[in-house]
Design a protein around this ligand. Sequence first.
Ligand code: BG6
Length: 504
Amino acid sequence: MATRVEVPLEGRPPARTAKSPPCALVVFGATGDLTRRKLMPALYTLATGGHLPDAFAVVGCARRDWDRAGFAGRMREGVDEFSRSKLTDEAWSWFEPRLEYVRGEFHDEATFARLRQTLEDIDGRLGTAGNRLFYLAVPPDEFEPILRGLRAVGLVAPPGGSAYSRVIIEKPFGTSLETARELNALVGGVLDESQTFRIDHYLGKETVQNIMVFRFANSIFEPLWNRRHVDHVQITAAESVGVGTRSRFYESTGVLRDIVQNHLLEVLSLTAMEPPNTGHADDVRGEKLQVLRALRPPWSDTVPSDVVMGQYGGYRAEPGVSPTSTTPTFAALRVHIDNWRWQGVPFYLRAGKRMAKRVTEVSIHMQPIPLSLFGSGDLCEHVEPNVFTLRIQPEEGIQLSFSAKLPGHDFTVTPVVMDMKYTEAFGGEPPEAYERLLLDAMRGDATLFSRRDAVEASWAWIQPILDWCEGPGRSDLPVYEPGSWGPAEADRMIQRDRRQWRNP
Ligand code: BG6
């Protein structure tokens, strides 16, 4: 039973999308998959939507022996295959002359001298005004030579001048608290924090941004969003795919570093934070940080009951995976936020690969009603508590489940659902996360990027869990059936609290 929420389309104010100022974007590692599959299609879609200025260029910088024409040709194929907006000759004829390629090793200063020359030529030809955005789409061990190279040839100007220099860094931001601190110190030695844009692509998803709007732009939900009304919260990020071709990366990463430390904790912070004073980047990020700081630290005697790890059956036979691998592909955690709003309300987090279906959602489970008015005590047992579900992906939307009287001559109570779907309400799929994030970095808006203190706070919280899971004698990972909702141990963890996972 579904009730559609009507969203008036007429009379809605036009979206306020400020164009990027002039900008030359340099992508280090431009021959990799990320550029072809995500960055270039996102830039092309921004271009077709009129969000990029004429004074715009992309410079690919990598080791491979490509030239400008070869780079442009491959980027065209990527756009054709992956872009949200259709590749047309007309749009491509605007885009293509704005692509450049610089070949070189990252530890070679000559590479950066050539890059500098290319950027100066672009400034002269297209009017990009010295504004530079550097995207590090490379493994973390290449960050250092690149940052040093940029500094050596004077391509990183301090903030406050007439032109900007900013750097976008891809996750993972370290592999532990210690390495995250080292990485932040390295970046901080070359750049001011205001020039540093750490990408967590979850924050660019429309539905993740909407968590704040849902909570703070509606007066009816916020009064309920606390320990007086909420029984518990579940956040699930389930993928149906396995490790695919990324086993080398995944073997040394595992689900806690790949998804929980970043994507899930970002979603948790947005779900649990206090209303910020303003929508400015540092107010929003400051409130999110408060949530991370209020997370109850895991202890060696609480981790065994609050954390379940698992590995999907067949993972060890995947190409590139060790036959004795103990890398977890699934995690379920019970998390506590020790603050005024959430004390006593557990947050259950769950992430995994090769699960029953691809679904990411946040569900807010309201407290059950007190003794029922309706019929016998037996019937009361069947009145389901209300649940708000924020569907992050796919089938993006928001659902509210509530109880209604089943039509008929008896007083039978049954659950029904109000269902808002993005495609129906707004007529189309939401934009790709990278479109928004690239545009924001060009506009200098860091709200949707992770700040140094929050990155360190999330590592500080998860480190004891990593230490425990990777400690001696922890090789007995439960194995779960591919295509299931994870190991039975995860069900038992939540059932001990007399609750159930919502398996949509
Ligand atoms: C990435 C992880 O950050 O997020 C991948 O490294 C994962 O392992 C991906 O598959 C999931 O992203 P999305 O947008 O498909 O949910």
